[in-house]
Design a protein around this ligand. Structure first.
Ligand code: ATP
Length: 290
């Protein structure tokens, strides 16, 4: 299955939210990474058909999704950035209700629910009211409703917002499990959410495609630009003024810094293996002309 963005642009008034995007998605997990306002939600809204692009086409296996109607919608599952639930519904009632909205017959719904509950680790909470669920459980319920129709394309918009570290890890494991034979698009500005599960990372910057590739490939591209230094407080302050610093840790009198720079920032700096977060910061670096 191939989902193609063919010269897709979206304008709000005179301002481009997306500009001439050309991206091809196939099966696997894609992390769509971008700072606030980079265009992630706009892109996802266009892919889900909620929003119409100003120009360009979105094609699934060669057909414009506009012409596919419900045939296209039947293939997608979607968890919006701010999912709305009925707080007084019980988990099971809510999912049965969502099945009926998605035209899944009751008999089939009763068959698939236990399996889906197991996939998202909510078996013990089937009879809880939604208002009694934690934030993480709610997000897992959101994933459950998105996969009821066994979608071939699963789209998750900032799915880990507000989750604690334990829930984030649980979420990542669930996504890895349900990603088999599917295309999964996850938008986020939290690098660690996708670093270990994304087969491909798409970095958006001010509505444009900045970079796309595997985590390994993207990191390789900035090989030689990430430095570790161990300095005193005064030198650290000086370095911070002149270089993009991705991490700082104070140990006793020393300051351990991780610096992104094409040039060696200081004599005793040691080159370090780039991580995805460094790539993401490099994008800002380039934007700011550092
Ligand atoms: N309805 C709208 N009307 C006008 N401008 C909009 C509208 N929706 C989004 N924008 C603008 O389009 C750009 C992209 O917004 P979008 O919400 O897609 O970004 P995002 O990457 O999802 O951001 P965030 O991480 O903050 O959710 C921003 O400059 C935003 O201000």
């Amino acid at each position: 299955m191939k989902l193609l963005l063919d010269h897709v642009s979206k304008k709000y008034g005179n301002k481009y939210a997306l500009k001439d995007l050309n991206i091809e998605f196939s099966d696997g997990v894609y992390g769509i990474l971008g700072a606030n306002g980079a265009g992630k939600t706009t892109l996802i809204s266009i892919i889900t058909g909620i929003l119409q692009q100003t120009s360009g086409q979105v094609k699934l296996d060669g057909s414009d999704i506009k012409d596919m109607g419900t045939k296209y919608l039947d293939k997608i599952g979607y968890l919006p950035q701010y999912p709305q639930f009925y707080p007084n519904f019980r988990v099971k009632e809510f999912l049965m209700y969502m099945c009926s909205i998605k035209d899944i017959p009751q008999k089939k719904a009763k068959e698939i629910l236990p399996e889906i509950m197991e996939e998202v680790n909510l078996c013990d909470h089937m009879n809880k009211k939604i208002k009694e669920l934690s934030g993480g459980m709610r997000q897992r319920l959101g994933i459950a409703q998105a996969i009821l129709n066994d979608p071939k394309i699963l789209i998750l918009d900032e799915p880990t917002a507000g989750l604690d570290p334990g829930e984030r890890i649980r979420f990542r494991n669930i996504i890895s499990n349900i990603a088999k034979n599917r295309m999964v698009l996850i938008s986020t500005h939290i690098v660690s959410d996708i670093e270990y599960i994304a087969n491909q990372v798409v970095i958006l910057q001010e509505g444009k495609l900045n970079r796309m590739g595997t985590v390994e490939g993207l990191c390789n591209d900035i090989q030689g630009s990430v430095w570790k230094v161990n300095v005193d407080e005064m030198t650290a302050e000086e370095l911070m003024k002149n270089y993009l610093t991705s991490n700082i840790k104070r140990v006793d009198e020393n300051v351990l810094m991780r610096i992104i720079s094409k040039n060696k920032p200081i004599k005793n700096a040691r080159m370090s293996e780039p991580q995805l977060e460094d790539v993401f910061l490099t994008v800002f670096c380039e934007q700011a002309g550092i």
